[in-house]
Design a protein around this ligand. Sequence first.
Ligand code: FES
Length: 165
Amino acid sequence: MSALRTSHGDELGRRKFLSGIIGMVAGAVAVVVGLPAIGYLISPGVKRQSQEKRLILGPVAGLTPGIPTGFPFSRKIKDGWVESAQTGVAYAVTHDGQNVKVFSNVCTHLSCRVTWDPDKGGFFCPCHDGLFGVDGEILAGPPPRPLDQFQTKIENGQIQILLEA
Ligand code: FES
């Protein structure tokens, strides 16, 4: 009688032990297979792709010294799963026909769009009457800093800017 009880008890212990081992192996397999799959699925959402892009605006020779020329641009930006469009106007200005500065048209106060206003002799922001000079410096209004400049390069007489995401 007691031999039977012992044998039954051993059988239950063996089953529990084997179930535990199988459970641990299944768990390990799930981790090994599941983690890369989860990483693959969520990575676009947490990874920001490097989206530097060079944009050719036009020839330096097309600029009139001392007068900014606006070049509209647009491009698509992918941030994780979200795709959006970036549009703007890059204002290029030269004083000597060789060196060029290119300014963003986004006001540094609250991001309204500035436009070159020949009558005011500057980049005017209609939102709060901000005014920037021909070299992006603050002339009037609440903007806290000069207009942002694009990283610029001249290659074969063409003005290029570097757009970053
Ligand atoms: S947003 Fe341009 S002055 Fe306020």
